[in-house]
Design a protein around this ligand. Structure first.
Ligand code: ADP
Ligand code: PAZ
Ligand code: K
Length: 254
């Protein structure tokens, strides 16, 4: 089995591939205070809970947008028995052409998503990733990453409303009851979720004006399942896109 690990700002996603098949996805909280031993113990426990306790790993690959946690998870993966642990960063072959300023400063999650997208479709394509931040990565007809957009994430927007107003409550992203709410909670959820979906539709129509109607739009990220049902555009939903990309990068480097 190949273990793929995507460290995001909210959660660490660990996916196990047997061949092409993604057999499981574990989610752990991102916490910079946690040690390698604690993450290893948690991974071990979850692996056996899901029935993969005895499985041996061919290797593992990690991508991180939280620099402090990268060595911590690398060590945790060695501790649970991964004989080799690759890292998405300088020196790794991704096969992706980055036609942007400062390729090294680009989030490795965007790189993994782009590589994952190229497994699923022919470019041009755009990837919307709804996590802590909402990000867009655009791949031109040659498959090169040519541009990106970064917005406040859907949960961040709700958190900011609760923090910076006197009367608005703290809410988690959830299916909105209606486009227009009848109460404060519905109004906030409708605004956040339909607002994100309408932003997505609006950006897609602008990107289609550049790249043509054949542009493939892939939505991913932990919150994408809440946004996809409210979008009007034709989109592909792949919640584990970064893990697919990580597996492809692992294979390219082994
Ligand atoms: N099992 C799950 N499946 C999908 N989304 C989840 C799940 N558990 C939590 N989430 C939501 O996904 C969000 C994190 O999305 P994610 O894409 O992992 O963000 P990041 O990459 O920034 O860590 C959290 O706000 C959480 O509420
Ligand atoms: C934009 C991000 C914060 C998104 O992180 P996430 O929502 O996946 O936790 C991350 O990709 C990042 O820190 N990027 C570096 C800046 C850039 O890609 O231009
Ligand atoms: K994101």
């Amino acid at each position: 089995m190949i273990l793929t690990v995507d460290i995001g700002n909210a959660q660490i996603k660990a996916g196990g591939f047997i061949g092409e098949r993604l057999s499981f996805v574990l989610r752990l909280d991102t916490d910079e205070r946690r040690t390698a031993g604690l993450y290893a113990a948690q991974l071990r426990e979850l692996l056996s809970l899901y029935g993969f306790g005895g499985v041996s790993f061919e290797g593992a690959i990690v991508s991180s947008v939280v620099p402090l946690l990268l060595p911590v998870l690398e060590e945790a993966l060695h501790l649970i028995g991964a004989p080799r642990v690759l890292t998405v960063g300088p020196g790794i072959k991704t096969g992706l052409n980055l036609k942007i300023d400062n390729p090294v400063g680009t989030g490795p999650d965007l790189v993994c998503g782009a590589v994952g997208a190229l497994q699923l479709c022919n470019p041009p394509c755009v990837i919307f990733d709804f996590g802590t931040a909402t990000t867009v990565a655009a791949l031109d007809g040659s498959g090169a990453l040519v541009g990106k957009a970064i917005m406040a994430g859907v949960q961040i927007s709700l958190d900011a409303l609760a923090e910076r107003t006197a009367c608005l409550p703290r809410l988690g992203v959830a299916p909105p009851g209606a486009l227009l709410g009848k109460n404060t909670q519905e109004a906030m959820l409708g605004g956040a979720v339909y607002g994100a979906a309408a932003m997505t539709d609006g950006l897609i129509s602008r990107y289609r004006a550049i790249y043509g109607e054949s542009l493939t739009c892939i939505l991913t990220g932990g919150l994408s399942g809440q946004i996809v049902p409210c979008c009007e555009s034709e989109v592909t939903h792949e919640p584990n896109l970064n893990l697919l990309g990580l597996r492809a990068i692992y294979l390219r480097n082994s």
